[in-house]
Design a binder for this molecule. Structure first.
Ligand code: PLP
Length: 377
């Protein structure tokens, strides 16, 4: 099996796995309990919090653990809106090609007093700063624009977008689920107020994430209950997974430049192979994190995926969370890709574990399968 769906999820890092084990089997105490058995777990959580903060240049008290990227996104949006009473009018400005965790959270808070506006990216997959500027229309609001698009890989101009939001008095959130552990992120330099991340996208375990909330940012809890996470996110701390997430992030952060270079070489190998094969294709977007969206006119992407699956390759048609959805991806629609291309689109997402040899094998299988499908075979 050659795994090329790393934007859907990544392989758990072995050091992260080793670091987690002790907290599942031996030091399994509830970290919030007062007795000495819980001290080790509590200290480990605070160590992990500091480590994660260091990786994005935040302060430890600005990191809040959640169950996943989806929860972090929901919390940022719903928690922002919840602070205001129903008579204040607010605006949420987001983009049309966000992950559904953001889009559906926006939909659920939309009301007579909460206006939701979506910015369309340009045909290359970038949000233009001028568009944001012209869309902001209320005195209070939140801008939420993702850092790296999960289907086409484009990196958004977060620092500039954040600056515009702040000039207009708006708070700024970014869904950085596809960016954390893959790009150098300095939240202080970017100026952002909130950032969502998910461990399983950077070789950590599934079911754990975090929300960075800049000191002084006002947000209500999404999950009510006990007093964990400074009373902002209730629920018994998932100690082992928090440790696993911090271990994976620290390790990935050490090798960001090296990984980007590796992914760029793999990408060149695949695109050079496609270019010399004579097969016609269109590349959508592009970026440094190994996400390659390819469209083949007149071919069904779903059929292509299954044919490649039978040959041992794991790829995706759109985003992983849309695996059950056979409609044209909202991301591809938002950049204006014609249906004939959008229907024949696959997403290849590579990682540090992939080799040149694997990519060449994939390129050959892709070209021969596309040619067969084109010839009705
Ligand atoms: N945001 C983006 C950009 C994603 O790619 C994903 C997952 O694919 C999510 C949010 C959701 O993250 P999680 O799977 O941790 O809920």
């Amino acid at each position: 099996m050659i795994y090329l769906d790393n934007a859907a999820t990544t392989k758990l890092d072995l050091d992260a796995f080793e670091a987690m084990k002790g907290y599942l089997i031996n030091d399994y105490a509830n970290a919030s309990q007062p007795y000495s058995f819980a001290v080790k777990a509590r200290k480990a959580i605070e160590h992990a919090r500091a480590e994660i903060a260091r990786c994005i240049n935040a302060e430890p008290n600005e990191i809040y653990f959640t169950s996943c990227g989806t929860e972090s996104d929901n919390w940022a949006i719903k928690g922002f809106v919840k602070q205001y009473n129903s008579t204040s009018t607010l605006q949420i400005v987001s983009s049309a090609f966000e992950h559904h965790a953001v889009l559906n959270a926006c939909k659920s808070v939309e009301s007579e007093t909460v206006k939701v506006s979506l910015i369309y990216p340009d045909k290359n997959g970038y949000i233009q700063c001028e568009k944001l500027e012209s869309m902001i229309e209320k005195p209070v609001g939140l801008v939420s624009v993702m850092m790296v698009n999960n289907e086409i890989g484009t990196v958004q101009p977060i620092k500039e977008l954040c600056q515009i939001a702040h000039e207009k008095g708006y708070c700024f959130h970014t869904d950085a689920v596809q960016a954390v552990g893959h790009l150098d992120i300095d939240v202080k330099d970017l100026g952002i107020d909130m950032l969502s991340a998910s461990a399983h996208k950077f070789n950590g375990p599934k079911g754990i994430g975090f929300l960075y909330i800049k000191s002084g940012t006002s947000i209500s809890p999404l999950i009510d209950g006990g007093s964990q996470e400074k009373q902002l996110r209730a629920g018994t701390e998932n100690v082992a997974f928090i440790i696993g997430m911090a271990t994976a992030l620290s390790k990935n952060t050490l090798y960001i430049d090296e990984n980007i270079k590796h992914l760029s070489k793999l990408e060149n190998t695949l695109l050079n192979f496609l270019n010399t094969s004579g097969v016609e294709y269109k590349r959508n977007g592009g970026g440094p994190t190994g996400i390659i969206s390819l469209s083949f006119a007149g071919i069904n992407g779903e059929t292509l995926l299954h044919r490649l699956d039978l040959q041992g390759f794991s790829i995706s048609t759109g985003s992983a969370c849309d695996g059950q959805n056979d409609q044209i991806s909202h991301v591809l629609g938002s950049i204006g890709l014609e249906p004939v291309f959008a229907n024949g689109t696959i997403r290849v997402s590579m990682s540090k574990h992939n080799t040149q040899e694997e990519i060449l094998k994939f390129g050959k299988a892709l070209v021969s399968t596309v040619n067969k499908l084109k010839n009705g075979k």
